[in-house]
Write a protein that binds this ligand. Structure first.
Ligand code: AHR
Length: 352
């Protein structure tokens, strides 16, 4: 539905409701659903704090008051659920489909079905790996490889600043395998291992982006490599929360005194709880993954309603945080990025 018509209908509905004697204390009646833009959104799941924030951002933006009828699907980390949901959206003849794809592969035929039904598809956060990029209207999301490069760049700068040049054993608690977030962050670490001869990835297993699995995987890794792990590269905050509990359960200390057996955590997302652990020094660096897609998706759909063409692929802005003043900037191999020194203010403003 065109934006002008939508505004006109909302105003008309407001005037009619006022005329019917609705007082300001009562809930205003919403416009009829046929006047709304219907959007089907299949979300990855509810595996992490980041994910809950991302769902909330979309649900807060695509509201009836803003002219939307949002059909929200929680795919519970299963791609088959997402494919089923997209087919249902097509059957319901929605106006737009939004997909946050659990894994990159396996989307070709589903996107073809949406194209045959002439329903525009917006991909958000993670990517789809398809031959023909015109199968989706636009993608907006994170540069996960850059996130990983930033984390590794920070670790390298930190070790150099501290004069630590001996062997560094790294355990990688990966995200959901084959998701863009896992592929990019793991790749960055693997490349860094190739670049720096003293870095060794001694363990690698998926923690599925959850605290419970992060705990379980960390416990297992500690049994196998009890006294040799120096750094745990957690591919999101929830895994870091689980890893911290598992490490502390064994009586080991989280910190940077590697010579005395400390284990350093590195993490991604920069949720409020993650930043608090970064401020206290439990997490050395925390690379932001921005979940605030709601307002951006709203603007994108409004632009499409006006008949505009969207930028096909665009990255969302992200920062790198640390409480360690020794490292002020990070070199990723292609760019230099300032490290944001954590403050109470930054943490207070974080709403997820
Ligand atoms: O795709 C974004 C990633 O998925 C976030 O890092 C993680 O927390 C989430 O579950």
């Amino acid at each position: 539905m065109k934006v002008f018509n939508k505004i006109f209908l909302l105003l008309t509905a407001a005037v009619l409701l006022y005329g019917c004697g609705y007082s300001s204390g009562q809930e205003a009646e919403v416009p009829a659903s046929k006047d709304l833009i219907t959007v089907g959104f299949t979300q990855v799941g509810a595996e992490s704090d980041w994910r809950l924030a991302s769902s909330a951002s979309v649900q807060k933006a695509l509201t009836v008051e803003n002219g939307f009828n949002l059909i929200f699907n929680d795919a519970q980390q299963k791609q088959e659920n997402q494919i089923k949901a997209v087919r249902e959206f097509i059957d319901q003849n929605v106006d737009y489909i939004i997909i946050d794809p659990i894994t990159e592969i396996g989307w070709e035929s589903t996107l073809m079905e949406a194209r045959d039904a002439a329903i525009p598809v917006i991909i958000v956060d993670r990517r789809v790996d398809v031959q023909d990029p015109s199968l989706y209207t636009a993608w907006i999301g994170s540069d996960f490889k850059l996130e990983g490069d930033l984390a590794c760049g920070w670790l390298k700068a930190y070790l150099d600043a501290k004069g630590i040049h001996g062997r560094i054993n790294i355990a990688d608690i990966q995200g959901t395998l084959d998701s863009s977030a896992q592929l990019g962050r793991t790749k960055a670490l693997e490349e860094a291992e190739q670049r720096y001869p003293n870095w060794h990835i001694v363990a690698k297993e998926s923690g599925e982006f959850t605290k419970a699995k992060g705990f379980e995987v960390m416990e297992k890794m500690l049994k196998t490599h009890r006294d040799s792990i120096n750094v745990v590269y957690c591919e999101n905050d929830n895994e870091a929360f689980g890893a911290k509990e598992a490490i502390e359960k064994t009586g080991k200390h989280i910190g940077t005194d590697f010579e005395h057996g400390d284990i350093m955590l590195i993490s991604f997302d920069s949720t409020r709880a993650g930043l608090l652990l970064t401020q206290s020094g439990d997490i050395g660096t925390n690379v932001e993954c921005n979940p605030e897609y709601g307002p951006k998706l709203l603007k994108m759909i409004e632009a499409l309603e006006r008949g505009e063409t969207l930028i096909h692929d665009q990255y969302i802005d992200e920062q790198i945080f640390s409480a360690e003043p020794l490292v002020v900037s990070v070199w990723t191999g292609s760019q230099k990025k300032k490290v944001t020194l954590l403050s109470d203010e930054i943490i207070k403003e974080r709403n997820y």
